[in-house]
Write a protein that binds this ligand. Structure first.
Ligand code: ZN
Length: 445
């Protein structure tokens, strides 16, 4: 095993050398060092050569990925390869993870371990998302990253919580460990992590590809929301210890989703799986239905797995369903009572008018935003804000919609009167009103 000495240098294929500053961490595949290269800090992943099944093919695949460039800014993509035949192995340079990003593993554990500066002691620091919106944003960003990767014809092959770093304030994400990414259908020996692997991989009848990525993506999203393993319930608990045979049974041959509506044998157990029990009640049905599909029909049939565009739609809808009430309560809209297009806060009885686009219902409150994917036909743009909801300055509690696009919308009042809503202008919202955003996109209030 070839470790690198602090202070030594490694030649980079592109030219010049990288100087080893310190070790950042190590895992089963190799060691990650902080290095300096051409005046900039990078992380160097340095492989345990003997652990690579096909080192030459693996190295060539890394080179191909470097040349293809990252499919989006959210990947900590390989940037430079070290020259071959140095210190008995090779590695690649990537950017260093910024300090405001926290590992998803730490987020799931609810704490991280930090060294106390100037001492050899360590301490536990609590880690948690700062808002519901940041959790949902993280989910959306993970989904988009994998959509872009799959669109580029590549698969990640080893999705697990160790591969994600997240800004807990904003939900911005970085996908790390990008060295197993390969063209769909190619595999250099990685199988994946237990609990995240698609059942067909656990059973040994398939290798990681885009379809198995989709299964693992559903597991990552489930853990992000429910803080629990989707297949770990009463049935798994009964098998006492999770030896290899039990893994094959519960995650490969007979996987049962903890909330499978047609099979109650693996429900979460009170006192053991409390996160899952508590959080399952928090999310609206359209989110729960997507996970039920993912872990029932989608578990057996890869073609039934949810595609990224659909996940994106669901989570953008979820983000718009967060209601911050005046009384300080911040919950998804399903935690409010709903009648005649109005949500009512169960704590303080505040009322929120809502806007309905087909089966998507969006509560209206000051600061709420509508995105292009809601107001433009067949659009997936969840970033461009096309309308903002503003409160009337003179009449507290009266909400208005402001048109941020260059198109004129038509508002039909309950009396039948039609008023234009021009670019940059705002108009008061009222029950019974409809808004025509053009091309057949009509919302009702
Ligand atoms: Zn309230």
């Amino acid at each position: 095993m070839a470790e690198l000495k602090i202070g030594s240098s490694v030649k980079i294929e592109y030219g010049d050398s990288a100087k080893i500053i310190k070790e950042l961490g190590r895992g089963g595949q190799g060691i990650v060092y902080l290095v300096e290269y051409q005046g900039k800090k990078y992380a160097l992943k340095w492989y345990f050569y003997d652990k690579l099944k096909e080192p030459n093919a693996f190295r060539q695949n890394l080179r191909n990925n470097i040349e293809d460039k990252s499919p989006s800014d959210n990947f900590l993509w390989p940037q430079y390869l070290t020259e071959g035949n140095q210190h008995g192995s090779f590695g690649y340079l990537m950017n260093v993870i910024p300090s405001n990003y926290v590992g998803l593993t730490d987020i799931l554990n609810t704490y991280k371990i930090e060294k106390i500066a100037g001492t050899k002691e360590i301490r536990k620091v609590p880690v948690k998302f700062e808002s519901l919106e940041s959790v949902v944003n993280a989910a959306i960003n993970i989904i988009i990253a994998f959509r872009e990767l799959h669109r580029a014809g590549k698969s990640y092959q080893d999705l697990n919580d160790g591969g994600f770093y997240i800004d807990i304030k904003t939900g911005d994400i970085l996908v790390c460990d990008c060295d197993n990414i390969a063209p769909d259908g190619e595999n250099f020996g990685i199988g994946g992590m237990p609990g995240y692997m698609a059942p067909e991989i656990v059973r040994g009848i398939a290798k990681p590809d885009v379809q198995t990525d989709k299964y693992s993506l559903a597991v990552v999203l489930f853990k992000l929301l429910f803080r629990h393993d989707p297949l770990e319930g009463a049935k798994v608990l009964k098998s006492v210890c999770l030896h290899e045979g039990a893994d094959l049974k519960h995650y490969g041959k007979e996987p049962v989703f903890i909330y499978d509506p047609n099979n109650k044998s693996n429900r979460p157990v009170i006192g053991v799986h409390d996160n899952a029990i508590k959080l399952w009640k928090v999310y609206p049905n359209y989110i729960k239905d997507a996970f039920i599909r993912s872990f029932t029909t989608g578990i057996q049939n890869p073609n039934h797995r949810i595609i990224e565009n659909e996940w994106q739609k669901l989570f953008v809808r979820l983000r718009s369903n967060i209601i911050p009430c005046e009384c300080g309560r911040v919950r998804f809209s399903n935690a409010y009572s709903y009648k005649d297009n109005i949500y009512i806060c169960p704590a303080c009885s505040s009322k929120f008018l809502s806007m309905q686009f087909g089966d998507v219902i969006i509560p209206m409150f000051a600061g709420q935003k509508l995105y292009k994917c809601f107001t433009a036909k067949g659009n997936y743009d969840f970033n461009t804000i096309t309308a903002t909801i503003v409160e009337n300055k003179k009449h507290k509690g009266v909400m208005g919609i402001k048109n941020n696009t260059n198109e004129t919308w038509k508002c039909t009042l309950p009396t039948g009167e039609v008023k234009e809503l021009e670019p940059g202008k705002a108009r008061a919202l009222g029950r019974g009103m409809t808004i025509d955003f053009g091309k057949g996109v009509i919302a009702k209030l």
